[in-house]
Structure formats: structure tokens, C-alpha cells
Write a protein that binds this ligand. Structure first.
Ligand SMILES: [Zn+2]
Length: 60
């Protein structure tokens, strides 16, 4: 089995990992109430998703 001959230094791994970045969550606005919501999730303020109401929020 091919194997690396030498182990990488910590700085070499760190240099490669400079490209690992946390992405901001993609948000959109609700088509029903206009509230900012996560994509592919029901709206937290009105419970609207894909053209219909999925649930009634407890406090709204
Ligand atoms: Zn909404």
C-alpha cells in the first residue's frame, strides 16, 4: 500500500486548512410574512412552507 514517506509539519497542514472557512447560513425571506428564515425550513414566525401553513407557532 502506498503511504506518505514523511509526515507533514503542523504548519503545512495549517496552510492547507486556511481554506476551511465557516460559511454563513443561507437565509431567505418568508413568502407569506416576509420574515427572515432558513432555507428549506418552515418559517419560524408563521409556520409557512411550500405554499401552505405547516404549524401554528406558539407565541406570535
Ligand atoms: Zn413567515
Amino acid at each position: 500500500m502506498p503511504n506518505p514517506k514523511r509526515r507533514h509539519s503542523k504548519s503545512r497542514s495549517a496552510k492547507r486548512r486556511t481554506h476551511y472557512k465557516a460559511a454563513a447560513p443561507s437565509v431567505s425571506s418568508c413568502s407569506n410574512c416576509g420574515e427572515v428564515k432558513l432555507q428549506h425550513r418552515a418559517c419560524p414566525s408563521c409556520g409557512f412552507y411550500k405554499g401552505r401553513t405547516i404549524y401554528i407557532p406558539k407565541s406570535a
